[in-house]
Design a protein around this ligand. Sequence first.
Ligand SMILES: [Zn+2]
Length: 175
Amino acid sequence: MPLHHCQKLLIRLLITLTASLSQSPHGRDIPLPPRDAVIKWHSRDSDGNYVVPYSVTGLFHHYEIETLEQAMLHIEANTCIRFRARRSERFYAEIRNVKGLGCTSGVGARANGDLSVVNLESPSQYECTKYRNVVHELLHLIGLNHEHERYGAHKHIIVHYENIRPGIILIIIRY
Ligand SMILES: [Zn+2]
């Protein structure tokens, strides 16, 4: 079955996601564990795009908010995902800045209306509010995981542990 336009774009972004992980110093990037099954963002706008409502509750500098908005625009330009400031939606994402939590995001929406949380710690040695890291965490939020964590990854990927920078936490899940 041919891939939907949106899927093709997501695959391109998935490659970006993996590449940014290997270049990134954000050793704290830990998406929530697999039991947090990927749930799709399901509400759509009148053009058929998938909407991710969000609110920013963390304390960020104005330039960090600009980076966040640019990262959202980058994803929107390449997918049928649209980030929209939350009004009263039950399923939504909260962008936080909690000290000690680093750069983290769940993968996809949460089940049962639970809140989806993206943490972009700032200031932080992991530079969570750097453009590429914000894009990375937002890609988790819309449902993408790392290539080395996907089903059957161990059959196709050889991990050169000697090339992993000290301090980087690499999660390998074998299915
Ligand atoms: Zn990640």
